[in-house]
Write a protein that binds this ligand. Structure first.
Ligand SMILES: Cc1cc2nc3c(=O)[nH]c(=O)nc-3n(C[C@H](O)[C@H](O)[C@H](O)COP(=O)(O)O)c2cc1C
Length: 152
């Protein structure tokens, strides 16, 4: 059995799930066991069993995380658990027409996990729904680089 990666999904209209579906074979091809989890069901205790996670989340409202991610995000922000054993990556989905809050959902998770002592691997991916690029294709290209960095 390989090392496991949990993909944690924050979404309203399902794009983040589509991205996770296409990213999964890239991670599995690099030897990881992959599990996809809806943030709605999560508390920070998820990090007890998962020391490598991929946050995959969109942005809504005034730069907020999606509704299904709100409780999980706030628990991290308020409780500030010690996540010094955690390594994570971030795929953020947004739309540059929301110029003031562009991709803040992913940025918020990046910030709170760093504040909890976790180590980000690679750059935060930011997909722009107003670009010509499909989010799944952007996710796959990003994940191909991410697994190389993980292996270093
Ligand atoms: C009502 C609404 C509000 C949004 N607010 C933002 C925002 O503040 N910042 C941003 O970057 N994207 C914003 N978006 C764009 C979404 O994050 C983007 O379309 C994303 O791909 C949706 O992913 P999902 O289907 O996984 O929820 C908004 C979209 C909608 C429909």
């Amino acid at each position: 059995m390989g090392q496991s990666i949990a993909i944690l999904i924050g979404t309203i209209t399902g794009t983040a799930e589509l991205v996770a579906e296409d990213v999964t074979p890239v991670l599995e091809g690099a030897g990881y066991d992959v599990e996809t989890l809806d943030m709605n069901d999560l508390t920070p205790s998820v990090f007890r069993e998962n020391e490598l996670v991929l946050i995959c989340t969109s942005t809504y409202g005034q730069g907020d995380v999606p509704d299904n991610a709100l409780n999980f995000y706030e628990a991290l922000d308020i409780d500030s658990p010690d996540l010094s054993n955690l390594r994570y990556g971030v795929i953020g989905l947004g739309d540059s027409t929301y110029a003031d809050t562009y991709n803040e959902g992913g940025s918020k998770f990046d910030k709170v996990l760093t504040e909890c002592g976790a180590k980000r691997i690679g750059d935060v991916m930011q997909h722009n729904a107003s670009s010509d690029e499909l989010p799944e294709e952007a996710g796959v290209a990003w994940a191909e680089e991410w697994v190389k960095i993980l292996a270093q």
